[in-house]
Design a protein around this ligand. Structure first.
Ligand code: ARG
Length: 458
């Protein structure tokens, strides 16, 4: 018999029964559901809606169910539809009629609004912990590569020299902002909806503050219709997760490029690479490719959620049950990707020599050569043109700026003297960029110190 069977004259169609049921995916909310019910029953006892003895019986019954679930003794059933009614049914089987009092002054609508918030609050914390792990890997790689000069790119063309440490700190900033977005999401999730009932609270004198306090919520929700009708906290989380995946995917793309024969900047550990079934020479960056590929799944979940909500009248609609598979899959995917990506990157070898070699060709010091002339009093636009001429001379004669003779330099501009070689040396190009945020040793050290400080706060 369904808990809601009262007004019905017929059994639910078998297909509808399966179609309607969410236990296949909301079973993962069992802990939050039971904790919420324990807090609710305790409060019912406190305000005298049930007796102290009944409250105690319900709480102990729920604790027993929790222990049974955790030791694998419970099998949920689609006939009880969802996690809420499965647990309520188990409770009544266990403690008898007192179990039927648990649902006083409560609806599954505020129950699911609570369970989802409680569950996702924990997940936010777990995602932050995994980002922290990745940030630690970035910090270590930066520390080992303070002097590793490499080309920085724009349009995937060699642009200006930087260091691998500077590069690592760029990604560290992105993931740091991701943590900020997750913390913001958490703050808005941290309000307790139980007591909203189906949509208009209850005629019983329930104490929502007590429930919020027991469950460790910062505050209670302010409007009961909003509490049960809204899923923007799920969407906000999915969008923060999508941005994390966007960052991870860009990073994966770089790893894939860097592992190619064309770049040869990075060598993945054998344990984090895969081979080809036909080409014996292949060592493929499958982990990075899968992370890049799985990004689409997470974006897909965000689109599912946004679209699911866009036409719903207030308050609860069953459409909202569809939020679970989308957000659970997004969270699982992001956690998996962060974890395996961090391990893969930690064990990868940075090919410092090849990075430096790539930075030595391609006129990566052209801006520095122009800056040199600016210091001699030539306006930047004129200096830019002079260096442009030098480069076209180099291309014609198969030279680089640093291999030109002083005579070659002076044939195009008489302001050059022997100090130009030092000015366009890669080490100078990097270390003269002392500006805050730049690639010089000191600037990167500051960025790393700031990261270290931040990591201590999360
Ligand atoms: N399984 C439902 C969900 O995930 C729980 C709430 C059901 N409420 C209802 N009135 N049918 O949204």
């Amino acid at each position: 018999m369904k808990l809601w069977a009262g007004r019905f004259q017929k059994e639910t169609d078998k297909k509808v029964n399966d179609f309607n049921s969410s236990i296949g995916f909301d079973a993962r909310l069992y802990r939050e559901d039971i904790e919420g019910s324990i807090a609710h029953a305790t409060m019912l006892g406190e305000v005298g809606i049930v007796t102290a003895e009944e409250a105690k019986q319900i709480v102990e019954g729920l604790q027993g169910i929790l222990a049974d679930i955790e030791s694998g003794k419970v099998e949920f059933t689609v006939d009880a539809e969802d996690i809420h009614m499965n647990i309520e049914t188990l409770l009544t089987e266990r403690i008898g009629d007192t179990g039927k009092k648990l649902h006083t002054a409560r609806s599954r609508n505020d129950q699911i609004a609570l369970d989802m918030r409680s569950h996702l609050k924990k997940e936010v914390g777990e995602v932050i912990a995994l980002i922290k792990k990745l940030e630690g890997v970035l910090y270590d790689k930066a520390q080992e590569n303070m002097e590793t000069i490499m080309p920085g790119y724009t349009h995937l063309q060699r642009a200006q020299p930087t260091t691998f440490a500077h590069y690592m700190m760029a990604y560290a900033q992105m993931f740091r902002r991701d943590v900020g977005r997750l913390q913001d999401t958490y703050k808005r999730m941290d309000e307790m909806p139980l007591g909203s009932g189906a949509l208009a609270t209850s005629t019983f004198p329930i104490d929502r503050q007590s429930v919020a306090k027991q469950l460790g919520y910062a505050r209670v929700t302010e409007n009961s219709m909003d509490s049960v009708a809204d899923r923007d906290f799920v969407i906000e989380f999915a969008s923060a997760l999508s941005i994390i995946m966007m960052h991870l995917s860009r990073f994966s793309e770089e790893v894939i490029l860097w592992c190619s024969n064309e770049f040869q900047f990075l060598d993945l550990d054998d344990a984090y690479s895969t081979g080809s079934s036909i080409m014996p020479q292949k060592k493929n960056p499958d982990v990075a490719e899968l992370v890049r590929g799985k990004t689409g799944r997470v974006y897909g979940s965000l689109m599912t959620l946004l679209t699911m909500m866009k036409g719903l009248p207030l308050a609860y609609n069953k459409d909202m049950q569809e939020d679970k598979e989308a957000i659970f899959d997004a969270v699982d995917t992001v956690k998996l990707c962060l974890d395996v990506f961090a391990d893969m990157f930690k064990t990868a070898t940075v090919k410092q020599y090849n990075m430096r070699k790539a930075a030595s060709g391609g006129f990566i010091n052209a801006t520095d050569c122009a800056d040199y002339l600016v210091r001699k009093g030539i306006p930047f636009r004129d200096a830019y043109k002079i260096v442009g001429k030098l480069i076209s001379y180099c291309i014609e004669h198969d030279e680089y700026l640093e291999t030109l003779t002083l005579k070659d330099f002076c044939s195009i501009c008489s302001e050059f003297d022997a100090s130009v070689y030092d000015a366009i040396a890669l080490r100078t190009c990097v270390n003269e960029r002392k500006v805050e945020g730049g690639p010089s040793h000191d600037s990167v050290t500051k960025q790393m110190e700031s990261l270290k400080k931040f990591l201590k706060t999360i």
